[in-house]
Write a protein that binds this ligand. Structure first.
Ligand code: COA
Length: 220
């Protein structure tokens, strides 16, 4: 089961990040991190860092709100109702160096957290990095960031070390967290089971949203 293929049925999709995304990425960064990156830093990543791979998750909000709305507008005889642009709900980036995928950033838009989009971005990253030949994935996380650590623990990242005073804004320590070998049969199977459950959860959410949207539209 492949994350990208499974998303075909859903209203969220993952695409490579482009410079057109940077305004939305900066918006998310401002609320997600005490020391957000500059636009220039992202531009460098996208255009000059050959090791860098950045992706965004886009939510098709018009489809979310509106299977019901569409039908309703069609019945009113409006063939082309205006569609909202997809909303960038999160992003992820990693550097592929010497067989190691180093996750440099992952964040979900405030208001959309806890809806499995962070997990989707992580699951996608692990698949993408494996496909490009990474043997292991690793990252740093603030010792106080229990929520993010829970996500990484769910995907069997292990705390393998610590970087003292890693974060300049408050001198906080970082845990270094690392996956098991990405290609191992046991870890592949673990990821496969997690992805099946993830896609089902995302599908349920999309269906619920569609049902809620239909309930708001008066039947004719
Ligand atoms: C960390 C972050 C990316 C997670 O994304 P998310 O979309 O909110 O998380 P998800 O809904 O996909 O949850 C996935 C897992 O994370 C953990 N998690 C998510 N929300 C949690 C919460 N409120 N409390 C505890 N664990 C939580 C759980 O393990 C969850 O799995 P579960 O649904 O089986 O319980 C997001 O919260 C974020 O952007 N935080 C700010 C930026 C940041 O800290 N980035 C990480 C830097 S290392």
């Amino acid at each position: 089961m492949n994350v990208s293929d499974d998303l075909a049925q859903l209203t969220v999709r993952i695409e490579p990040m482009t410079t057109q995304d940077l305004a939305a990425v900066m918006e998310i960064d401002q609320t997600a991190f005490p020391a957000p990156w500059s636009t220039r830093a992202y531009e460098y990543e996208l255009h000059y860092n050959e090791m860098a791979h950045y992706f965004v998750a886009r939510l098709d909000t018009s489809a979310r709100q509106s299977r019901g709305v569409w039908n309703w507008l069609r019945r009113l005889g409006r063939a082309n109702p205006p569609m909202a642009a997809p909303l960038l709900v999160g992003y992820v980036g990693y550097w592929l160096m010497a067989g190691e995928a180093h996750i440099s950033a992952i964040a979900v838009r405030a208001g959309y957290r806890g809806h499995s989009y962070g997990e989707l971005l992580l699951a996608f990253t692990l698949q993408d990095a494996t496909r490009r030949g990474a043997h292991v994935a690793t990252l740093e996380v603030r010792v106080s960031n229990i929520l993010a650590q829970q996500l990484y623990l769910k995907y069997n990242f292990d705390k393998v070390g610590m970087r003292k005073a890693y974060y300049a804004d408050n001198n906080e320590d970082a845990f270094i967290m690392t996956t098991p070998p990405l290609h191992s049969a046991a870890y592949q199977e673990k990821q496969r089971r997690l992805r099946v459950a993830l896609v089902m959860r995302l599908q349920e959410r999309a269906d619920q949203d569609a049902r809620r949207a239909r309930a708001r539209i008066p039947a004719r």
